[in-house]
Write a protein that binds this ligand. Structure first.
Ligand SMILES: NC(=O)C1=CN([C@@H]2O[C@H](COP(=O)(O)OP(=O)(O)OC[C@H]3O[C@@H](n4cnc5c(N)ncnc54)[C@H](O)[C@@H]3O)[C@@H](O)[C@H]2O)C=CC1
Ligand SMILES: O=C([O-])C1=[NH+]CCC1
Length: 284
């Protein structure tokens, strides 16, 4: 039986993955309950990297919000925007605690998460420069031109090494199943938000980088399953971002830090509850 992340007030079992190899897709079910919010939800989210060729999002999510007192469904809502922004919001928090230099932001990837990370991180840290690399260069150019319309200073790079050189904060947000970020390219003290994945959550960064960095994650009980590849290779996860926030773990800002984001159901839960409450106010 899988262990359940159950602090005093949140119940969040490890999510279920149903892989569909013939379609190169995966369906995840992500339930959570919060005592203090008196809220219960379950996100259903699919990841189909090849959807891009069909003009669809590669991540498609739906959130069911329940009345926690009866178990009755109170709302079914689109979960794409929730997933897009709550993931970037978690990276903003990680960056705030794990980095004290925020001049240059480098983003590897140019899809939905790359965009939300550029916007959310820049809103909070006001970078001097944002650099973008993507394996399809035209997509990097397209994202850069959209961000420039919002008045941001953006540079596109032809290779990932050039993009991350001397960067203070790095985001990886791709479907790459082989490393796109290497240890030797990164300056001491840089902070990495590792968001994306191919087959496993930790495929975007080379193993040597994990070996020298201090690794944080969002949920240790999920990490036992979803970061098994790292743990089996003898690499340890230093702690949760929440433990840095509550002071029980240190923020090793002078070292290379990695926030290995998995995505938590409780993030979707609180976002969905907020949206539902705003919706009810509007209907009055
Ligand atoms: N940690 C979390 O909570 C979340 C993680 N994700 C992950 O973030 C990643 C990006 O998601 P989205 O931005 O929604 O997808 P997207 O499809 O909008 O963007 C994907 C990006 O990866 C690039 N890419 C695709 N295959 C690649 C390859 N083999 N090598 C290098 N680059 C490649 C694409 O060109 C594009 O720039 C995915 O791995 C997804 O599973 C998504 C949502 C939440
Ligand atoms: O937390 C999340 O929603 C996801 N994590 C990886 C793909 C979608």
């Amino acid at each position: 039986m899988a262990s359940v992340s159950m602090c005093n007030e949140v119940i969040q079992p490890p999510r279920m993955f149903m892989r569909i190899p013939s379609k190169n897709g995966v369906l995840l079910t992500m339930p959570a309950f919060s005592e203090s919010e008196n809220a219960m939800a379950c996100k259903l989210v699919t990841a189909y990297p090849r959807n891009v060729e069909k003009g669809l999002s590669s991540i498609i999510a739906t959130v069911l919000l329940f009345d926690p007192d009866t178990g009755k469904v109170s709302a079914i809502m689109d979960g794409n925007e929730i997933t897009t922004w709550r993931t970037a919001a978690a990276s903003v928090v990680a960056t705030k605690y794990l980095n004290n230099q925020t001049k240059t932001l480098a983003i590897l990837g140019a899809g939905t998460q790359a965009r939300s990370h550029a916007e959310a991180l820049d809103l909070f840290f006001n970078f001097t420069q944002i650099r973008i690399w993507n394996h399809r260069y035209e997509r990097a150019q397209k994202l850069a031109s959209n961000l420039e319309k919002e008045g941001k200073s953006v540079v596109t790079c032809r290779n990932a090494e050039e993009c991350v050189q001397d960067a203070d904060v790095i985001v990886t947000a791709t479907f790459s199943s082989s490393p796109i970020l290497k240890k030797d390219w990164i300056k001491p003290g840089a902070h990495i938000n590792a968001i994306g994945a191919g087959i496993s959550h930790h495929s975007e960064l080379e193993m040597e980088l994990y070996e020298i960095a201090v690794i944080y994650t969002d949920d240790m009980s999920s990490a036992k399953y979803e970061l098994k590849g790292l743990l089996d290779a003898g690499i340890s996860i230093f702690g949760e971002i929440g433990e840095v926030i509550n002071g029980s773990k240190s923020a090793e800002c002078n070292k290379i830090t990695i926030f290995q984001s998995l995505g938590m159901a409780v993030e979707d839960l609180v976002s969905a509850k907020l949206i539902y409450e705003e919706y009810k106010k509007m209907k009055k």
